[in-house]
Design a protein around this ligand. Structure first.
Ligand code: HEC
Length: 102
């Protein structure tokens, strides 16, 4: 038996449909302590008033939503994965960061 595959397709769909303004607010809140450990302690993101220096500056990296979602789901380097986030929360964060850095 093969394990069920998790694809990003459903996430991308949600991304296109989510209410932009609401998702922006939710994403910013999640970024700033809505989840533990807080993104803000490790990342700089001007829009969120965050100045963490452990991870890359997201203002400079300008990751698109898919890249953010992948980092949150699998972790990357020193950054832990965030299994406690729902798919909707991952998408809110991913979309927020993409838009805040464009
Ligand atoms: C404990 C510190 C820490 C926390 C907390 C943290 N990150 Fe990271 N993050 C890092 C580090 C370090 C990297 C660089 C990893 C590497 O490239 O080796 C990184 C990389 C990233 C990347 C780039 C991924 C890529 O493909 O290059 C994104 C996007 C990101 N983090 C978003 C977030 C978000 C959103 C949160 C909050 C839910 C978060 N991070 C929480 C440390 C952290």
């Amino acid at each position: 038996m093969r394990p069920a595959r998790r694809t990003g397709a459903a996430c991308l769909l949600v991304l296109g449909l989510a209410g932009p303004a609401l998702a922006q607010d939710e994403g910013r809140k999640l970024f700033n302590g809505g989840v533990t450990p807080s993104c803000a302690i490790c990342h700089t993101l001007k829009d969120a008033g965050a100045a963490g220096e452990i991870g890359p500056s997201l203002d400079e990296l300008k990751p698109d939503a898919a890249r953010v979602a992948k980092a949150l789901r699998t972790g990357i380097g020193q950054m832990p994965a965030f299994p406690q986030l729902t798919d909707a929360q991952v998408q809110a964060l991913a979309r927020y960061i993409e838009q805040a850095t464009r």
